[in-house]
Design a binder for this molecule. Structure first.
Ligand code: ADP
Ligand code: G6P
Length: 468
C-alpha cells in the first residue's frame, strides 16, 4: 500500500482510546495513516522566537506526526492574517470582512515555503501527498519547485467563492495557478467545483477542460472532483446509543421539564449564521406565542480564532442578542435560550442531539457542515428529531430530505421551526431514514477511499525537473 503523507495546518493525533474527543476527520485520517505507515505533517500550534525548521516527530497510537513551530510573525500574518482575515471571509462570501494586506500575503507565501522546506526531506519517491485546506493552497507548487514529483492532491474543506468575489483578491490568479500543480483537487460539492471551473475557463486563455474534470493548461494536467466529506457514521451511531450518551440524554431531558429541545452546535464563527438563527427563534416566539414556555433552544458555540477582531465582534453581538431574547421572553421558570460557549466531548454531544426534537444547522455559507450529519446519525430511528438545514451549506446537496431553509430569513426559520416541532412521527421517521441512508453510504471512509483512489489513478505525465 502506498505510503500517505497528510499535510494540514493543524495536526490532531489520536488521544486516549483514539476516539473520545476526536472529530471524525481526525479519526479517519489517523486510521488511513496507520494502515499506510504514513505521516501527518503540520504546525504544532506553538510559537518560537526564530524559525529553525526543526521537526518534532512523535508516534501516538500508531500515528506518526511531524510538526514544526512557527514564529509569532508567521502566526499573525499566515494564520490570523491571510488564512483567517483574507481567505476565510472571502471564501464564505464575507467580502466586507476580508482584509487584503500585502503583509498577510507575504506571510502566507513564507509559511508555505517553510512547510515545503521542512516537509521535503520526509517525502519518499512513492509517497502520496495529500494537502488540506485553504491555509496551504500554494504548498503543492512550492514542493514542485523543489523537485517533488510525487502524486499530490489537495482538498478544500471550505466553499470556493463565486468568480465575482474571487476577483477582489489581488493575488487571485497566483492562488489558482498554484492549484494547477496538484494532480487532483477535491471540493466538497458540485457548487464549489462549478465556481472554480467558471473562474478557470474565463481567466486562463488556452485552457482545455473536459467533462471528466481534467484541466490542461500548458504542460500541466490536473483533475477536479466533487467529493463530499462524511463522518464516521457507524462510530457516531454507536456513541449515540452508548450508556454514556444515554445518561447525557436523560440529564438533558430532566432539565427540560417536558419542553421540546431545539439544538445548535457550531464553532463561534460569523459564517455559521448564529445571529440570524437567534432572530429566527425570536420570530417564532413572537409570531407563534403558543410555543413560549414549550420549547428551549440550546446553542453550543465554543469560541474560535479569538485573536481575530471579526470573531471578537460576533461574540459580543451574540452575547447581547442572547441576553436580549432571554430578557424579552424568560419567566421565572423558563429560559428560552441556553447559550453556552464551551466544547463537549462527542458522546455527550451525541446524547444531547438525541434528546432534541429539532437540529438547527443554518450557516450562511459552509463548505460541508459535519454537524448536520452527526445530528442525523445520533437520532433514535423510532423517534427521530428533525434536521433544519441551510440551503447554503455544502451538505444541502446530499441532505435533501432535511427542511432546507434560507438562513437569512427569520420568517423562513420560524416557519421551519414550527413545521419541525409539529411534524408527525411518521414523517419524521421517513425523512430520517432517507437522510441516514446517505450519511451511512457516503461516510468518511467512503470519502477517503474515493479521493485517494482518484489520486492514485490520475497519474499525470511526469513533469520536467525545475519546471515553473
Ligand atoms: P467547522 O469545521 O466549520 O467547524 P463542521 O460542522 O464541519 O464545521 O465541523 C465541526 C466539528 O466540530 C463537528 O465534528 C462538531 O461535532 C464539532 N464541534 C462543534 N462544536 C463543538 C462543541 N461545542 N463541542 C464539541 N465538538 C464540537
Ligand atoms: C474549518 C476549517 C479547518 C479548521 C477548522 C477549525 O473546519 O476548514 O481547516 O481546522 O475550521 O478552525 P481552526 O482555525 O481552529 O483550525
Amino acid at each position: 500500500m502506498t505510503r500517505l503523507i497528510i499535510v494540514s495546518n493543524r495536526v490532531s493525533p489520536p488521544t486516549g482510546d483514539g476516539k473520545a474527543n476526536q472529530g471524525g476527520l481526525a479519526v479517519a485520517l489517523a486510521s488511513a495513516l496507520r494502515a499506510t505507515g504514513g505521516i501527518w505533517f503540520g504546525w504544532s500550534g506553538n510559537e518560537t522566537d526564530e524559525f529553525t525548521g526543526q521537526i518534532n516527530i512523535s508516534k501516538t497510537h500508531g500515528v506518526t506526526t511531524a510538526t514544526i513551530d512557527l514564529e509569532a510573525q508567521d502566526v499573525e500574518e499566515y494564520y490570523n492574517g491571510f488564512a483567517n482575515r483574507t481567505l476565510w471571509p472571502l471564501f464564505h462570501d464575507r467580502i466586507d470582512l476580508a482584509e487584503f494586506e500585502r503583509g498577510f500575503a507575504g506571510g502566507y507565501e513564507r509559511v508555505n515555503a517553510r512547510f515545503a522546506d521542512t516537509l521535503m526531506p520526509l517525502i519518499a519517491p512513492d509517497d502520496l501527498v495529500w494537502v488540506h485546506d485553504y491555509h496551504l493552497i500554494p504548498l503543492g507548487s512550492e514542493l514542485r519547485q523543489r523537485g517533488v514529483r510525487n502524486r499530490t492532491g489537495f482538498f478544500l474543506h471550505t466553499p470556493w467563492p463565486v468568480m465575482r468575489l474571487l476577483l477582489s483578491l489581488p493575488s487571485h490568479r497566483q492562488l489558482v495557478e498554484a492549484l494547477f500543480d496538484y494532480d487532483l483537487i477535491g471540493f466538497q460539492c458540485q457548487a464549489w467545483l462549478d465556481s472554480f471551473m467558471e473562474y478557470v475557463v474565463s481567466e486562463f486563455q488556452g485552457v482545455d477542460v473536459d467533462e471528466l474534470g481534467t484541466i490542461r493548461i500548458g504542460d500541466r494536467v490536473t483533475r477536479v472532483i466533487a467529493c463530499p466529506i462524511g463522518i464516521d457514521t457507524q462510530d457516531f451511531m454507536a456513541s449515540a446509543a452508548s450508556e454514556e450518551a444515554e445518561s447525557a440524554r436523560l440529564e438533558m431531558l430532566a432539565s427540560l421539564h417536558d419542553r421540546c429541545l431545539i439544538i445548535g452546535v457550531d464553532r463561534l464563527d460569523y459564517s455559521k449564521g448564529l445571529e440570524q438563527r437567534f432572530h429566527g427563534y425570536e420570530r417564532l416566539l413572537l409570531d407563534q406565542p403558543e410555543f413560549q414556555e414549550e420549547v428551549s433552544l440550546l446553542q453550543i458555540a465554543p469560541p474560535s480564532r479569538a485573536e481575530v477582531v471579526s470573531y471578537q465582534d460576533i461574540r459580543k453581538q451574540l452575547d447581547a442578542l442572547s441576553g436580549h431574547i432571554n430578557g424579552e421572553f424568560a419567566t421565572v421558570h423558563w429560559v428560552p435560550l441556553r447559550y453556552v460557549n464551551r466544547g463537549y466531548d462527542r458522546t455527550s454531544l451525541a446524547g444531547m442531539f438525541r434528546a432534541s426534537r429539532v437540529g438547527l444547522v443554518t450557516p450562511l455559507r459552509d463548505g460541508m457542515n459535519l454537524v448536520a450529519k452527526e445530528y442525523v446519525a445520533a437520532q433514535d430511528p423510532e423517534d427521530p428529531g428533525v434536521l433544519i438545514l441551510s440551503k447554503f451549506a455544502g451538505a444541502a446537496e446530499q441532505m435533501t430530505e432535511a427542511l432546507l431553509v434560507n438562513p437569512y430569513s427569520p420568517e423562513e426559520l420560524s416557519d421551519a421551526l414550527a413545521q419541525a416541532l409539529r411534524m408527525p412521527l411518521e414523517e419524521r421517521r421517513q425523512r430520517h431514514r432517507a437522510l441516514l441512508k446517505s450519511v451511512e453510504r457516503e461516510d468518511v471512509h467512503w470519502w477517503l477511499r474515493t479521493f485517494l483512489d482518484a489520486l492514485e489513478q490520475d497519474r499525470t505525465e511526469p513533469e520536467q525537473d525545475g519546471a515553473d
